[in-house]
Design a protein around this ligand. Structure first.
Ligand SMILES: Cc1cc2nc3c(=O)[nH]c(=O)nc-3n(C[C@H](O)[C@H](O)[C@H](O)COP(=O)(O)O)c2cc1C
Length: 342
């Protein structure tokens, strides 16, 4: 494999924060909690973005919001994503999050989730460029940390206004822009397209992060070459595969195919991930949330459905850890052949 044409390009900076590489974990509600963010950082993500936090502080007392806003022990820069549809509320939410330790504020205009969009937030905002500008100016003026923005390529097939929104973002003082290569209407269907991302990169001078369907080092290099983007942002490709960050980074720097994590490392990572989930959420919720993550780790196995079923029936942290130990044969279980080495 030849060296990527982008190999020599320096990682971007977000305001005063120089990123160590060009691979970023995308914000995913219900996925990029503190345990997963810390794991991805340890395995090479140059930046991680938390789950979106509603801009309505009257909801912040809920356990869900409190856990989403918990960044204790995380290395900087800590990027907190806020979602909402009202400029003043978003500005106030940004201020309050900075008071609580956010070092970067990210504004969500990329998420099609109903409960955000019902309040005309997330990617629904892309339809109203005047409101987009109002929100961006209000949030940038409210805080003295860098503000970043995450968008889709536009509202629908006929209204790919990503380039115009990117220019509005640059004018407002946004310091980096992540673009998911789908319109709002597409939700997650079809394939991400990178032409609009390339057009956006060509029309603004702020750092642009390409996002959508990046699930391997080779794909990351192709997308960077094609779009000229400054970094890739990886979402679903990291689920059950947190090694993807160092693998992409290695490939971008050397052009060499990275070696897959050893079985011992896979075992250790799954063990540590489980332990962190149980500690962070407590036993009951931790056991439940672990089912989703371990299900993703198991998904490359031939016998994934049966193994998932077994795992989902387990009710305690100990039983979940024993399952993982057995999976990797430490306690003599033979059922390990299908585990992915890649
Ligand atoms: C489960 C899930 C939750 C998501 N939550 C958010 C979110 O809170 N904020 C946001 O801006 N995007 C969110 N997204 C969108 C992702 O950040 C990303 O743009 C999208 O998944 C495309 O990237 P991918 O193909 O690498 O997954 C979410 C995506 C998924 C799958």
């Amino acid at each position: 494999m030849t060296m990527s044409a982008t190999a020599s390009i320096a990682p971007p900076a977000i305001g005063p924060y120089q990123l160590p590489n060009r691979v970023i974990l995308a914000p995913m509600a219900g996925v990029t909690d503190r345990p997963f963010r810390q794991l991805c950082r340890r395995l090479g993500a140059g930046l991680v973005v938390g789950e979106m936090v509603t801009s309505d502080p009257s909801l912040w007392h809920t356990r869900k919001s409190r856990l989403r806003m918990d960044h204790s022990g995380e290395p900087g820069p800590r990027s907190v994503q806020i979602a909402g549809g009202d400029a003043e509320m978003l500005a106030e939410a940004a201020r309050l999050n900075v008071e609580r330790g956010a070092q970067i504020i990210d504004i969500n205009m990329g998420c099609p989730a109903k409960k955000v969009c019902n309040k005309a937030a997330g990617s629904a905002l892309l339809r109203d460029e005047r409101l987009v500008a109002e929100i961006l100016h209000a949030v940038v003026a409210a805080v003295d940390v860098p503000v970043t923005l995450k968008i889709r390529t536009g509202w629908c097939e006929r209204s790919r206004n990503g380039v115009r929104v990117a220019r509005l973002a640059e004018d407002a003082g946004i310091r980096a822009l992540a673009v998911h290569g789908r319109t709002r209407d597409q939700r997650y269907s079809g394939q991400a397209e990178y032409d609009t991302i390339a057009a956006i990169k060509a029309s603004v001078s702020l750092p642009v992060f390409a996002n959508g369907d990046i699930d391997s080092p080779a794909r990351a290099a192709e997308v960077l070459d094609y779009t000229g983007a400054d970094a890739v942002m990886v979402g679903r490709g990291a689920q059950g595969n947190p090694w993807i960050f160092r693998e992409i980074d290695h490939f971008l720097r050397t052009g060499e195919t990275p070696s897959a994590p050893s079985r011992a490392e896979q075992h250790a990572v799954m063990h540590d991930h489980l332990e962190a989930l149980h500690a962070f959420y407590g036993e009951v919720m931790g056991v439940r949330i672990a089912r989703k993550h371990i299900g993703w780790y198991l998904s490359t196995r031939d016998d994934a459905p049966a193994q998932r079923k077994r795992f989902n029936a387990l009710e305690t942290p100990d039983a979940q850890q024993r399952f993982v130990d057995e999976l990797f044969c430490r306690t003599g279980c033979p059922a390990t052949d299908g585990i992915s080495a890649a």
